[in-house]
Design a binder for this molecule. Structure first.
Ligand SMILES: C[S@@+](CC[C@H](N)C(=O)[O-])C[C@H]1O[C@@H](n2cnc3c(N)ncnc32)[C@H](O)[C@@H]1O
Length: 173
């Protein structure tokens, strides 16, 4: 959700950002976020990424943040994302899978339509410091997103079986 702000700045005056989720609570929070931040050019849609109704080849960039890791079915997700980007477009998949995990992708589109697949992860001291500074800045009432609290032992169970109403969980070691 935090990416909506950056993306809405990056697309410029003629661009458009489409944010999707299947969950009404997440979409409602995103709508509030867009309104509070006065973000332009952002449309929010309810869409199932495993049966998407979005137009194929209609995006320059598909940014999937923390979708492959928590939701699984990674190859199906990549199929959706690569279908949605236009020739020459970029798919960023942000998150982390275990060593040796494999994803399949339509190599024809990679080659002949020159797609770019970009993996991303966030845990460097510099980016964590920047994120903490942003959280502390009060630019947005992020605490509204924290629906659950867990201790360290609870993290594995939370990932394994996330509650329906989970938006974000605060971890108290
Ligand atoms: C870990 S969250 C990441 C949310 C968002 N990408 C972000 O970075 O803030 C995973 C999201 O996937 C959504 N989700 C679960 N199943 C989905 C589906 N089939 N299609 C689309 N979104 C789904 C959940 O509602 C949840 O908001």
């Amino acid at each position: 959700m935090g990416w909506l702000r950056l993306l809405s700045e990056w697309v410029g005056p003629d661009g458009e950002v489409v944010g999707t989720d299947i969950d009404d609570a997440m979409l409602a929070e995103a709508k509030q976020f867009v309104a509070d931040g006065n973000l332009g050019k952002v449309t929010l849609l309810k869409d199932d990424l495993f049966a998407t109704r979005l137009e194929p080849s209609s995006f320059d960039l598909v940014h999937a943040r923390y979708e492959i890791t928590p939701l699984g079915r990674g190859s199906e997700q990549l199929t959706t994302y690569t279908r949605l980007v236009r020739p020459g477009g970029t798919v960023v998949f942000f998150g982390g899978l275990e060593r040796g995990a494999e994803l399949t992708v339509d190599a024809y589109r990679l080659h002949y339509e020159e797609l770019r697949l970009v993996g991303a992860f966030h845990h460097t001291p510099r980016t964590v410091r920047a994120a903490l500074a942003f959280l502390a800045s009060g630019a947005y009432p992020w605490e509204r997103l924290v629906t659950h609290r867990v201790d360290l032992e609870g993290v594995v169970g939370l990932f394994a079986d996330p509650p329906r109403d989970l938006l974000k969980a605060a971890v108290f070691p």
